[in-house]
Design a protein around this ligand. Sequence first.
Ligand code: ASC
Length: 151
Amino acid sequence: MKKFVLALSTLAALLTALPAAAQFQKPEDAIKYRKAAFTVMGAHFGRIGAMVNNRVPFDAKVAAENAEIVAEMAKLPFAGFGPGTDKGGDTRAKPEIWAEMDKFRAGATKLQEESVKLATAAKGGNADTLKAAFGEAAKTCKACHDNYRKE
Ligand code: ASC
């Protein structure tokens, strides 16, 4: 009985120590999750894009709300790129992501930093400052798409 209790507590400790990467049951779930996060982020980024490209009138409040969402969403998708999630679902992610994970992570960090700058710029309420910050953030999207996303 003592041994059994010991085994149980060891098992419990091991389970608690599992890395965050094990948060999805199967690769398909991770792939769905990261795509959903990118979709939501892209929708809100696009609303700011419509403003800075003069397709809709500039509205500082709306820009700030959308930029906040982008900055929050930018934190999420990269948890869905764990080991073994290169296949097993409907994905355009290139295998290079897993071969160059440090570089990929650096790109993710850059996106997150530029998204925070975008939110700060949006709060400032100046259309030109927002446009500049949007351009820098969009570069981080594009760099990763060029390197790591299939057409
Ligand atoms: C967007 C959007 C992207 C980026 C990218 C920048 O508005 O949805 O993925 O900008 O096109 O080049």
